[in-house]
Structure formats: C-alpha cells, structure tokens
Design a protein around this ligand. Sequence first.
Ligand code: SF4
Ligand code: NI
Ligand code: NI
Length: 708
Amino acid sequence: MTLFETVFSGNDAVYGLTEGAINAAIEQHGADKAVSFPNTAYCLPCYYAVTGVKVKTLGELKEALGVVKTLMTRELRLNDVFMSGVATALCAEFIEVLKYIDGAEPYTEPCYGHLADAVIRELGVPLVTGDIPGVAVILGSAPTKEEAVALVKSYQAQGILVTLVGGVIDQVAEAGMKTGANLRVIPLGKDVTSVIHVVSVALRAALIFGNVTPGDAANLMKYTFERVPAFVNAFAPLDDVIVACGAGAIALGFPVITNQEGVSTVPKSLILQPDVAKFNATSLEARDIKIKITNIDIPVAFASAFEGEIIRRGDMQVEFDGSRVDCAELVQSAEATEIEDHKITVIGPEADEMELGSKNSIAYVVKVAGKNMQSDFEPVIERKFHNYINCIEGVYHTGQRDMQRIRISKDAFNAGFRLKHIGEVLYASVKNEFDAVVDKCEVVIYTDPAECKRIRHEVAIPTFNKRDDRLKSLTDESVEVYYSCILCQAFSPSHVCVVTPERLGLCGAVSWLDAKATNELDPNGPCQVITKEKCIDERIGEYEDVNEAVRKFSQGALEEVSLYSIMEKPMTSCGCFECICGIEPFSNGVVITNREYAGMTPLGMTFPELASMTGGGVQTPGFMGHGKHFIGSKKFMKAEGGIERIVWMPKELKEFVAERLNNTAKELYGIDNFTDMVGDETIATDPEELVAFLTEKGHPALGLDPMM
Ligand code: SF4
Ligand code: NI
Ligand code: NI
C-alpha cells in the first residue's frame, strides 16, 4: 500500500468506529446529553482549536463528525494525507470524550488520559527556559522492555517530557520504572486514541500562550510547528490507524520516527530508524532540539526530570530537617584569594556515618568570588539550590534558608551517593549558571551539630535579617530602573512582563532582583533595563519610557501599559500566571484564584475558565494574571484602591498570603486581620452569599466606587 492508501484506510476505519460509538451513545443517553473533558475551559480542545466551535452535547458531537467528514478528501495530494491525519485525531478526541460521560473516570493509575489546563500552564516556564527541551510521544511496544526503559530514561535524563501510549506503558511498569507527571513520564492510555491527550496539550498551548484564534487552523499549525518541540516515536508494527494518527502529528509539525521496515518515508517528517537505541538522537535531530548538558561527577543521575520526585519515609536513608534541628543554606561572597575553586569540604559525619532513617543537621555554605559579583545576587543564587538539589535522582529538597529539608533515598545511598556530592552539584550548577558573576566557588558542608548551630545562628540568620531589611527598602520609588522579561515570548510572542521591586513577574519566578541578576549575567538576554524617568500618570503607574520599552519588546503589539491598574492599560499575561484576578461587580471588589484550586469561584468560573479569557499577550481590562507574592504588595491594583478590593480567594491561597496581606492592610488602611473579611470556598462560592458575608464583616470594598 502507498502512504496515501494507508492513511486513508486508517482514517476511514477510525471514522467508522467513531460514528458507531456516537450513535450508540445517543441511543443510550439521548442527543442532549452533555459531553466534556474535566478541568478544561476548551470543551473538546482539539476540535475547538481547529474549528472554533465548542461542542457540549452528544447531538453537537454528531454534527461535528459531519464537519470532520469534510476534511477527509481523497485526492492524492499531500494535503489530503495531512487533513485525513487531522480528521483521525479529531475522531480520536470524540471517542475519548465519550469515555468521560456522566463524570466517569475512565483512566486509572498509572494512566492519566485527559490532562487539565493547569498542567499545560505549569509547563509554560520550564518550556521557555529550556528546562523541558522537548516533548516525546512514544507509541506502541518496544522490541523488548529493556529497550523501552532505556529509551524513556534517555529522554528523562535530558529533561524531555515523555508521554506514553499503548504497550510501552506495561513494558516500563513490568521493568519497575516509576512514572508520573512529577517524573516527567506520563502514561496517557493503552488505546491508540489516547494519544489525542498530548495533541490536546499542544493545541491548548497555542490557545493559552499563543493567542491563536480558535478556528484559525493555519495559524494553529504554524504555532505548533514553530513553538511546540514535540515528536513521535512509533514502534513497529504500525497499523493503518497509527499511520493515520502519525499523519496528523506531521500536519502539526511533529516528526514521526519509527523502526517499521518498509515504511514509505517522508523527508524530515516520517523517518525510518531501524535501531531503537538511536531513536533519541534521530528524534532530537529531526525536531532540532538542543540539550544543555551539565556533567556532574556523581553516582546518580542529575536532570530536571527528577525535580518533582518525592521520597517517602520508608525509602529514605537519612534526612535533614531545619524545622527540628539546626540547618542552613547560604551563599557568601568572598575575596578571590580566600577561595580555593572546586574545593569541597565536609565537616562532621558523612552520610555513611549516620544511622539509617535518622534526622540530622546540615549547613552548607557556598562561597563565591568574582569581579562582577554583588551581594544582591547571593539570594538569587541561593534560591536556585532547591532546584539544583532536587534534580539529583533520589534526593529531595524543600524549603529554604534555615528551614530546608532534605531526604536521601536508600537507592541513591546504595549507588554511592554521599553528602560531598551535594557539594559537587552545588559547585557545578552555580559555576554553570552564574558563570558571568562567579569566577571561583568553594563549598563547605557542615554536619557536626555544634558547627551547624554556630553557622545557623551566628552567620546565616544575621545575613538573612540584613537581606530582609534590604528587600523592605526596595520599593518601586527607591530604585532607578525596572526590568523587562520576555522569556515567555517563546510561547507568547507579544508578551512582556515589566518587573519592579513591588511587582514580580506573573509566573512568580522572576523578582526584581532575579531580573537584575539575569540582566547582569546576560546583558542581551531576556531581561533588559527599563528607565522610569518620564512619568505620565502616577496614579496608574504609567511611564513614557516603560511604554517605549514595551512597544519595542512586543514588536509593536503592545502600545501602553500601566503598572498598577487592572482596568486601565493592564499588563498582559502570557499564560503561566500563578493567579488570576477578576472583577466581582456585586461587591465592587475582585476575586483571586490560583492554578492549584480546581473549584468554582463566585464569578461562576473556575481557574481554567477565567484564565482562558486572558493570556496570549493581550490586554484584557478587568482580568489580570499575577504572581502569588503580588497579593500582599502595596502596589496591587493601587489605582483602583489596592488590596482592600480583594473579596474572595481560595482558602489555601488566603492562608499562604495571610501574613503579608494582613501587614499591608494594617499599614495602608489600619485594618486588623484583613483576611478574616475575605471570603473563600468554605464560606461562599455564590455572589449573593458572598455579599451577605462581606456585609456582615463590614468589608471595605462594599463602600468603594464601582470599578466599571
Ligand atoms: Fe514569563 Fe513574565 Fe515570568 Fe518572564 S517574568 S518568565 S515573561 S511570566
Ligand atoms: Ni530529586
Ligand atoms: Ni509565561
């Protein structure tokens, strides 16, 4: 069979199955029965992205199938192959959505099936920073389970996000490999149609980050081709259906690599690689993915894929816990002459001199020297320790400063991992990432309890206090310049964040100090200096120089932004915001919700629904994406009255920001325990009940002018 015949036949087969399944479902449930995937604002995301139509019932699904049929042209041009591929993918989405009728949970561990919008937003920052350099879709069964595991691990070690479909899921499970979103290995499902759940991620990325108009199929495919670094590895034997799905992948710009002998190859798109051991290299080359390599001399793997790994008590060799015993982590700048580069010292017992399962003290001091080093960069480097130590396979790190907690797994310990290797990791990572400011670096690791106590109380805590005072003195007024951040332009081509001391980037990961350090490290990089000399309007925080910068960095897409208003010229959002804030008209206030909160808000919308209305680098007055830490800022919506407008937040978020928010409310308005006046989901998710609660508490927003 030719490629045309194979794709057409596969497409016809899937179409027939879909038609039968929809008819049977209508017979069973009636045409008005609702269909949807959970935790998405995009209904059937693939169909919506391609056509712009939201399908909500079985009846509409049947109509949609009619539209899919029109894509299934049978001329013998390459375009017919691609469109039949897309049609096959859409049919797969229809078959999959039927599994979710009546709120069913068709997928059980380890499979995920449909992925929530929140997962895609979480991928935003690591994808733009190159922490996740690509997305692999592995389909079918490898020749042996050893080859399956080796392939998956090879991607994992490169930080590539791996999704699995079909037999490979059982193969890696049988081999005892751990999978899960936290390890960046996501089994989707065993039916081939479950591949649509990763296609759905790519297409929603275009809607969320790219501001692609739903239904604009040409720009949709341009976006996925240019900006979503995905590829497919399909194991032999390929059947017609898999080839038809592959044609859909190719239409989106994702090359397919297979070991199926005799397949009709398409240059750069459908590639034969008989040797599974070479799938990785062939795939990266085909999709033009470059891997940053950090070679660190330790006995376990070091990759960003291990960042989310959790080590349970029973799997743990030893732990260190700053909440119980004296611990600290600290960066200290020093004179070059005081430092011996790459010297790593352990003062006190090593891991093999500690009792199995014991809780110990640890304090590590990373001394750095460099001509361009500034004390302002110390906390910026220190904040990265969490990420560096977590990237070690079998090591888990949470917290910071003198409250960090570290666990080392038995597996890592048995592989030879020791505390001195933490020193190696810190040394190599700091030298690698901060090479522009750090010329020399030395690490001292203390485990002797008396020394840990001394370092913590006499060295670390005084340093932290000094830094906190410095941070307090950093206000938007006290600094000379702000910074732009355009990291997210990889996915949101017109988005620019303006980062100020009192307004961090909306992803929550870039503070003014971070942006400053990024600028020093890479003067032509994503963070540029923005002067703030020509104030236009102090009330909303608008500056001529900021506008000029934003115009330049957005390539003219954005004319004017304010720093402090949600209604007038608000800052744009890319899509990876931690929180979203929207106006609540009945109380003259605003509701904030965060990505982790899946429930309803008093606006009648969930986080994904609210988020789908903003993002993509466009200004949407009344809605704004922002970081969690912005909530306690005196500059939060200052133009509209500030934080006293906040009427509702999810309980967890409220608790997270309470201390800072309450301090700010006290300082600005003299209100004590402001968060007690703010609603949450345990109080009300309905606007009327919320207003009743706010009235009872005497919430200040009720007395303010309406926002619109
Ligand atoms: Fe993206 Fe803005 Fe965060 Fe930079 S500061 S990474 S542009 S969200
Ligand atoms: Ni880890
Ligand atoms: Ni972003």
